[in-house]
Design a protein around this ligand. Structure first.
Ligand code: GRG
Length: 297
């Protein structure tokens, strides 16, 4: 796939995701209207949609059920939006800017943002369980994968470790463990859920994806740390420099900015090598591996 073709695919995939999310969310006129407004505020009209694109790209490897792809893509973005709403709360990262606008609790109040996040999480599972043509076993796998990804041995566990290690010195291995759970788990699950939408899955392809996805998830976080260190708030759409301000250990504080950038590239190569034996249907996954590392926000 050429670069312009991939750029066009990204543009369309983002627009498609917005449409799926719009349809997945309760109407703003549904009661309680303010809660539904807060949910829509947190989800729509922003975000790079990397997780939804990973679902679509992995589903492209086989004969996918298009409805299942839409459901999985919406589900991972709803979970992601919920995690951002909760992470921004005063009791967690206490941030005021997200996706270039005031965070959900600044716009709607703390208790309402907490509830909006809770409801987004429930919506994700509801959408994942709507009708499609996949066999029941695959649909259960999807649900279980997402639940494990989000729970105490996944994203929530990673967030717990993160909040409880501020000011401590972590080794690189400890930092990686935390990020594999906090950020990497949902990124990896997006790939798994996408491929799980296919009727004709192969254990060899799944094994390749199981090596691709964690490397990419970690690369995403390393780049996030570099951007937090180097970019400005208006480019990022969120408050830059928060990690240093909060004395949080990061790949930049541990390795230095240049070594962190090299590490991100190494992880990208690991991800690309993992899927090297796949045919051109994996080009979308290859493009996303590049996008995640060269992104500017
Ligand atoms: C509160 C349960 C709970 C979990 C929060 C993911 C997370 C755990 C917190 C987010 C905090 C954060 C900024 C983490 C760094 C990596 C990350 C997830 C960045 C945001 O993801 P992007 O860049 O966001 O894909 P967009 O806005 O583009 O969707």
């Amino acid at each position: 796939m050429t670069r312009p073709d991939f750029a066009l695919w990204v543009k369309r995939a983002r627009a498609q995701t917005e449409l799926w999310l719009e349809r997945s969310l309760p109407d703003r006129t549904a009661t309680p209207t303010q809660l539904h407004e807060a949910m829509r505020y947190a989800v729509l009209g922003g975000g790079k949609r990397i997780r939804a694109m990973l679902v679509m790209a992995a589903a492209h490897l086989g004969d996918a059920d298009e409805r299942a792809v839409a459901q999985a893509a919406a589900a991972v973005e709803l979970i992601h939006a919920y995690s951002l709403v909760h992470d921004d709360l005063p009791s967690m990262d206490n941030d005021v800017l997200r996706r270039g606008k005031p965070t959900c609790h600044i716009a709607y109040g703390e208790a309402n943002a907490l509830l909006a996040g809770d409801a987004l999480q429930a919506s994700a599972f509801e959408i994942l369980m709507q009708d499609n043509t996949l066999p029941a076993a695959q649909r259960i796998t999807a649900c279980r994968t997402l639940a494990q990804t989000v729970g105490s041995c996944g994203m929530v566990g990673g967030q717990f470790i993160d909040l409880n290690q501020v000011g401590q010195t972590l080794t690189q291995a400890e930092l990686e463990t935390m990020h594999r759970l906090k950020t990497g788990a949902l990124i990896a699950a997006s790939v798994t859920l996408g491929y799980n939408c296919c009727h004709n899955t192969s254990p060899d392809v799944q094994a390749a994806l199981n090596r691709y996805a964690p490397a990419l998830g970690l690369a995403f976080q390393v780049v996030d740390d570099v951007l937090d260190h180097e970019a400005d708030s208006s480019t990022l759409g969120k408050t830059a420099g928060k990690d240093a301000q909060n004395h949080k250990p990061t790949f930049v504080s541990l390795l230095g900015a240049d070594a962190a950038k090299t590490y991100a590239q190494d992880l990208q190569h690991t991800a690309l090598n993992a899927i090297a034996m796949l045919d051109e249907r994996a080009d979308l996954l290859r493009g996303l591996a590049e996008l995640i590392v060269v992104r500017e926000y």
